[in-house]
Design a protein around this ligand. Structure first.
Ligand code: FES
Length: 85
């Protein structure tokens, strides 16, 4: 999320600053890459159940630390309406 904001990626708002409360950083991860990401913590999992656009391969990009092991990963940005609006 932070890298997307820094680069002006459309559709990533990061409204809560990574606090796992807004879902405006939602993305879809290619299924083959899911095992390479750290697992979602319970707060992320719970929030994803509330987001209509979420799928089994969705993650909050604010919860994905950028590391060398993710070199080559391409995420699909999924615009969402902030929860509560
Ligand atoms: S920036 Fe709000 S949940 Fe990721």
């Amino acid at each position: 999320m932070e890298q997307a904001l820094a680069r002006g990626v459309p559709g990533i708002l990061g409204q809560c600053g990574g606090g796992i409360t807004c879902s405006t950083c939602l993305c879809h991860v290619p299924p083959a890459w899911l095992p390479r990401l750290p697992p979602p913590d319970p707060d992320e999992t719970e929030l994803l159940t509330l987001v209509p656009e979420a799928r089994a391969n969705s993650r909050l990009s604010c919860q994905i630390p950028v590391t060398d092991s993710l070199d080559g990963l391409t995420l699909r940005v999924v615009p969402t309406t902030p929860l509560g609006e």
